[in-house]
Design a protein around this ligand. Sequence first.
Ligand code: FAD
Length: 413
Amino acid sequence: MGTTAPAPCRAFVTGHDGAAPMRTQVGIVGAGPAGLMLSHLLHLRGIESVVLEVRSRAAIEATIRAGVLEQGTVDLLTATGVGERLGREGAIHHGIKLRFGGRTRRIDLHALTGGKAITLYAQHEVIKDLVEARLAAGGQIRFDAKDVSVHDLDTDAPSIRFRQNGRAQELRCDVIAGCDGFHGVCRPSVPESVRTEYQRVYPFGWFSILAEAPPASDELIYTCHERGFVLISTRSPTLQRFYFQCDPHDQIANWPDDRIWQEFHARLENQEGWRLIEGPIIHKIIIAMRSFVCEPMRHGRLFLAGDAAHIVPPTGAKGLNLAVADVVVLARALAGFYGSGRTDLLDDYSQTALRRVWKAQHFSWWMTSMLHRSAEASAFDLRRQLAELDYVTSSPAASTALAENYVGLPMEL
Ligand SMILES: Cc1cc2nc3c(=O)[nH]c(=O)nc-3n(C[C@H](O)[C@H](O)[C@H](O)COP(=O)(O)OP(=O)(O)OC[C@H]3O[C@@H](n4cnc5c(N)ncnc54)[C@H](O)[C@@H]3O)c2cc1C
């Protein structure tokens, strides 16, 4: 970016029918973890932003998605003043279990990473905490912003147009952060000629349920079974999250509760005597699995972050954490831009973020391939998978590689 930083300004948005200027420093599209965390980090550095979100506050605070927070994500939320409820209600896990070949082995995350852990705290709780913090600090989040579009990305004065309450509005800014997830409008606004997309679509999905039951295990159980993968996770002392590998084109209607429990029992129980505790199923969803990266993560004054730029299969629990890691890099680069006019950190943003993104891509692909059964897999493939799991859970070097990726690689700065 060959320009100097504009002077700070107060953020405000009004209808342009009244000819009042609408301006902020950083216009953020999307109030997911990436957009809200970026707005929060910028606020702490004295940089104004406005977040435009297509859905209502109630909708974003009720969308059930991720739940595993890396150590670095927890540390960041805590250090920036939004970790109070997380510290009280989040469940710290010091290990995970891998079940295969009729036995279960533990990866001691804590011991293998010098004291790090993961924390189970649902994504929508993180969203609630961030929304509350932004609003309490006078931050602007425009919910129900419809028909959002981004313009003049190649100039020093990009803008975002949207409709709210039936009125067309325009927000002018210095920089736009595209934090609008995989199906958002920002990435497609980058001309195809200047972006490259890398993708792998997996031939299986996850059937996910939320069940009202006590925890089935004190730690997550990743299971590789000849009928397919299962993940036993948890949400709270009374609510559990379980997943089993399914055909991504399957229909929820094909899976009455009884059939779901039968499938879990068949894949999970072994001679170790462990038993799954059933309960009323209150939510069912089928999740498709893909790996995706868009390069570069920047075009002119538009910077992509989180799922807008990349998707990982959920096996490694990296999506939310990657979104947070991206905006840490972006917030720091913007602080340099506004603080001293330096543009090198913004110029390096894409390259810096992508270094971590590709490592997380590799880890997520590796966990997925090691634990799932593909329809084309032969008896040889199953034996090979079991040997890999045996190695990963018995070699200190291999266990450490899994553990340090699972608790999260250091954030790039
Ligand atoms: C079932 C499931 C389980 C998962 N488990 C984990 C896990 O354990 N750990 C983990 O780290 N990750 C996990 N993930 C991934 C994680 O949820 C995502 O990676 C994360 O939500 C990405 O955050 P984001 O802010 O980039 O995008 P999003 O959360 O998708 O947020 C984007 C926001 O932009 C808004 N938006 C979209 N289009 C527009 C528009 N045109 N205008 C304005 N606003 C718009 C959306 O409404 C949304 O609020 C899981 C995902 C799923 C589906």
